[in-house]
Design a protein around this ligand. Structure first.
Ligand code: SAH
Length: 261
């Protein structure tokens, strides 16, 4: 809708009448701006509109730019996540991200829960697996938090590319693989496995995620809808014999459990 017609109702003409004739002229949208003025959007200017108004060209709006401009850095514990266009370069506590189309700007509660759990548990010197790495945010965070090695698996090839770019942007080495758990070697085990997926996928993969946690390690699951956190916690308790810990943020929950005993 690149054109708008702005019309003030002349004295003695009901605004409703104007609105009706604007619709009849093919308006795509109408805004009754105040008592007297009506703004109508059209694909192209037309002569069928009631006379007395003026045509204006609608300035094009770059929605992506508008969205980006509004995206603020996020801080979780000692990590800050900053969109790439707001920061010049990497630092030990800032993750500089360009999420592209991939999930993981740090703005979603499920990502923040994982960042908090990674810090609560600690990953220093350990090996971390990030299942569904998206933008790579959690795997990159793990390295900044001191992990010796981080592996990210991701089923969406575009996200894998984005994650690789983001790792490079932050100057960290992350082993990023296209696929899911089958992209791992048969014997690969980790001190921390983090999986920010959706509830049903977490439930479906739970046993296989635990297979990848070495003794003494921890599984962090997230992306769980709050109302189903207990169901996930019960399942993880059954599978490990341990007590899971649930944390909630808004409508979302993360469930963390120690490795099988
Ligand atoms: N880890 C990021 C992104 C989470 S979004 C963060 O915490 O913000 C979940 C990601 O998992 C998506 O990019 C999706 O493509 C991927 N995904 C979904 N199912 C998967 C599976 N079974 N194995 C690996 N990745 C999966």
């Amino acid at each position: 809708m690149p054109f708008r017609y702005v019309l003030a109702a002349p004295e003695g003409v009901a605004r409703d009448v104007l609105v009706t004739s604007l619709w009849n002229a093919g308006a795509q949208g109408i805004w009754e701006r105040d008592d007297r003025t009506v703004v109508a959007w059209f694909d192209v200017p037309t002569g069928d509109v009631p006379s007395g108004g003026r045509w204006e060209e609608e300035p094009p709006r770059d929605w992506l730019a508008a969205w980006k401009a509004g995206l603020e850095p996020v801080t979780v514990g000692r990590l800050e996540i900053a969109p790439s266009w707001t920061r010049a370069g990497p630092s030990p506590t800032t993750i500089v991200l360009d999420p592209g189309m991939a999930f993981g700007t740090g703005h979603h509660a499920t990502t923040r829960r994982c960042l908090a759990e990674l810090q609560r548990r600690g990953v220093d010197g350990g090996e971390v697996l990030d299942v569904g790495t998206g933008s790579g945010v959690l795997a990159i965070a793990a390295v900044l938090l001191g992990a010796r090695r981080a592996v990210g698996v991701e089923t969406d090839p575009d996200a894998v590319r984005t994650a690789r770019d983001n790792a490079a942007r932050n100057g960290v080495a992350v082993d990023l693989r296209h696929g899911s758990l089958e992209a791992l070697g048969a014997d690969e085990r980790f001190d921390v496995v983090v999986a920010n997926l959706i509830t049903d996928v977490v439930i479906g993969l739970a046993a296989r995620l635990l297979d990848r946690v070495r003794p003494g390690g921890t599984l962090i699951t997230s992306g769980i809808s709050r109302g189903r956190a207990e169901e996930v916690a019960r399942l993880l308790a059954e599978l490990t014999g341990a007590h899971p810990a649930t944390t909630v943020e808004g409508a979302w929950a993360a469930v963390t459990v120690p490795a099988r005993r």
